[in-house]
Design a protein around this ligand. Structure first.
Ligand code: 5AD
Ligand code: SF4
Length: 439
């Protein structure tokens, strides 16, 4: 019997890349590759990259530099670059890094096995097409192996919004939705393999149009699958939060009360320059409607500080918006200049000022996050247990609000859902006790 070859995949960036890495590993499984956790014994190294901010691309180049020794010691080692940096800078990567054997973009990774065969034959292969064919249809059916209780499922890709700072519309292309029947088949298959919670993914997932009823229609259909207990989706644009989706937050029990709804900034002047097509007030009204439908909804967001020409007053508007919303969690970034995007052409802000604003913004977000987490103490939540904790006999899972919850001393298994009373709150997680007679 021939030894299986080993594939090491390193994933950067968003959850969509996590999903893509899984699918690439599965596609390579058909070619006799098994995944490994270490690059040292790999026959192939694949970096699945992210291009959203400057440092991400630099990280890829320095990571490639680290593999030089491995490649010298083992000339048969194949090195590939996938994902959004591959899409945007494929030819540049080939030029700058002669040791890269193949480059594959996010829309053509179903061709990875063919590209690998070419690389093994000694050719350097580059494929950054936006092919006509649907890559998901060309990927083999997913293997039947048992899975953990949570899974990502990409239902939509690309973005037509063209926010002035963002490379996604260029790297991932126009919005495309997967047909609902194919999503349903993949979801049923995941549930048969042990998955109890599915997070639907898309760069602009709430613009999903592969179901007559939009994303809300898809969620309601998914909710009919026995054994699927929880549904989440990420990431959304405020302008695509339609009435049906707001209503689903109110009455679809399987849709979890947590919503990632990036606003980026709180100043109307900056929102306009960002090409976000909504005002701060429209965003706040939307949050009000969502909370009217689901009063305990936890919100999460993305923020950018130091966008070109952001004044201190504009920044204060962002802080005021955060004060008004009260976020359960959030991601915040310094504006990072991306070549080819309109904002990169504008006068750029001083880096030290950006640093200062980011610190002040994060201090506020951390305080809010902690307050909302502390407010869970004494409350009853439902936890989906995912893995053992650090202490013996302890299990860790997520509440409906996506808080990590540790529970000790109960005979809990991975994939169990149980009612838990929260007893204390730490810096990054909660402690809870099983409610007797429940579960
Ligand atoms: N600079 C900083 N942050 C950015 N994001 C997207 N583009 C940039 C950029 N050029 C952030 C946005 C987006 C998240 C995924 O990344 O907040 O919502
Ligand atoms: Fe980028 Fe999101 Fe704006 Fe699309 S909606 S351009 S993915 S920030």
């Amino acid at each position: 019997m021939t030894q299986p070859k080993k594939l090491f995949i390193k994933t950067y960036g968003c959850q969509m890349n996590v999903y893509d890495s899984e699918r690439m590993a599965e596609a390579m499984g058909g070619q006799g590759y098994v995944t490994t956790d270490s690059p040292d014994d790999a026959d192939m190294i694949l970096l699945n990259t992210c291009h959203i901010r400057e440092k991400a691309a630099e990280k890829v180049y320095s990571e490639l530099g680290r593999y030089k020794g491995l490649k010298t010691a083992k000339p048969d080692l194949k090195i590939g670059v996938a994902g959004c940096v591959a899409q945007a800078e494929g030819e540049e990567i080939m030029r700058r890094q002669p040791m890269v054997d193949l480059v594959v973009g996010p829309q053509s990774y179903h061709r990875l096995p063919d590209l690998t065969a070419k690389a093994i034959a000694g050719e350097r292969a580059l494929d950054t097409d936006f092919p006509e064919e649907d890559k998901f249809e060309h990927l083999k059916a997913r293997p039947k192996a048992a899975r953990g209780p949570t899974a990502f499922l990409t239902v939509q890709e690309g973005c037509d919004k063209f926010c002035a700072f963002c490379v996604v519309p260029y790297t991932r292309g126009a919005e495309v939705s997967r047909p609902a029947n194919r999503v349903m088949t993949e979801a049923r298959d995941l549930v048969e393999r042990g998955v109890r919670e599915i997070t639907l993914l898309g760069q602009n997932v709430n613009a999903y149009h592969g179901h007559d009823g939009g994303l809300a229609g898809l969620i309601r259909e998914l909710a009919t699958i026995d054994g699927l207990e929880r549904i989440r989706f990420t990431t959304s644009h405020p302008n695509d939060m339609d009435d049906a989706l707001i209503a689903a937050h109110g009455d679809c029990d399987k849709l979890m009360p947590y919503l990632h709804l990036p606003v980026q900034a709180g100043s109307d002047k900056i929102l306009k320059r960002m090409n976000r097509s909504h005002t701060a007030e429209q965003y706040l009204k939307l949050i009000e409607r969502l909370r009217a439908a689901r009063p305990d909804l936890h919100l999460s967001g993305d923020f950018i500080v130091g966008f070109p020409e952001e004044t201190e007053a504009d920044f204060q508007d962002t802080l005021a918006l955060i004060e008004a919303v009260k976020y359960g969690s959030a991601f915040s970034f310094k504006y990072s200049e991306r070549p080819g995007t309109p904002a990169a052409e504008r006068p750029q802000m001083d880096e030290a000022e950006k640093d200062d604003r980011l610190q002040r913004l994060q201090a506020l977000l951390t305080r809010q996050q902690r307050e909302l987490q502390d407010a869970m103490v004494g409350r009853e939540v439902t936890v989906l247990f995912e893995k053992p904790g650090r202490m013996p006999g302890q299990m860790v899972g997520k509440s409906e609000y996506l808080h990590a919850v540790h529970v000790s001393g109960a005979s809990l298994a991975r994939g169990d859902l149980a009612k838990v009373r929260i007893v204390s709150s730490g810096p990054n997680s909660l402690k809870g006790e099983l409610i007797p007679g429940e579960g």
